[in-house]
Design a protein around this ligand. Sequence first.
Ligand code: FAD
Length: 287
Amino acid sequence: MPLQSQQTPTYSVELFPPKTPEGMEKLKHEIAELNSVSPSYVSVTYGAGGSTRDRTFETVDWLRGHHIETAPHIACVGSARTEIREILGRYREQGIRRLVALRGDLPSGMGGGTGGDFRYANELVTFIRDEFGDTFKIEVAAYPEYHPQSGSPERDLANFKRKVEAGADAAITQYFYNPDAYFAFVESCDRVGVTLPIIPGIMPITNYTQLARFSDACGAEIPRWVRRRLEAYGDDVESLRAFGHEVVLKLCRRLIDGGAPGLHFYTMNQSGPTLRLWQDLALPRPA
Ligand code: FAD
């Protein structure tokens, strides 16, 4: 595969904004734990259509207030240009210099994704570059197992290329458990001249029911042998987590050994599973 490891690798973590003040208090504790390993940055998700807007702001403000490198997500579907401009202007003033730019999926009941001024993430990336120049480093989403709505792998790749050419600096993938899907995707990108860093998104395995639900929705495959083992653990959470840790640890090792330019952890607001992986992989720690 084309080696991407010439770049300085980034090891980042992702959070979502909690719904309640209690959740926010708990998250602060988890952030302190995660920050002990000095991730390259902490990203904070954003609900399409502005559904988490204020909570995303609150989480981003807290991180910035604690001098933690922060990358807010921004999802464009269902939003007007004026709204996106206002949010990005706020981030620019706060000194934010990195964004994860997405189309997003509108929650059901919010119009099916057709409202607003943007249809696809490439339009958002173009808008950010037109209005904000090089203020932000822009990460976009990539799908080694292909986006669930894509007509064909070829079209999905062409759409990804369009988004990259609109001005993305790097991509973060949807999670996956088959490293070959990642390596094949990077190779396909290389063949069409897309050579930006593609950082694997890593989902620790801690809860089978939740993982199965997410995976169905986002088109990430849980290999049959993994699924069968996870199902068989039932309520035995400890054994499930130990097995999940080994599966994801091996995945990460293969990715790093194969030249992946970093890892992005979907922490689900729990520091423990990510920190265990971090430690067992001996990822960079603060000096
Ligand atoms: P796009 O790149 O626009 O692609 C969406 C679909 O449209 C694909 O099938 C693509 O092939 C097709 N397509 C793209 N461009 C065109 C075009 N010009 N013409 C025709 N078809 C096109 N969701 C949130 O709501 N909030 C978040 O914070 C969030 N964070 C995420 C972080 C990461 C790292 C990832 C991988 C996903 C995240 N998501 C988030 C989920 C994401 O919003 C969904 O997967 C969404 O369905 C697609 O977003 P996208 O930016 O990849 O869209």
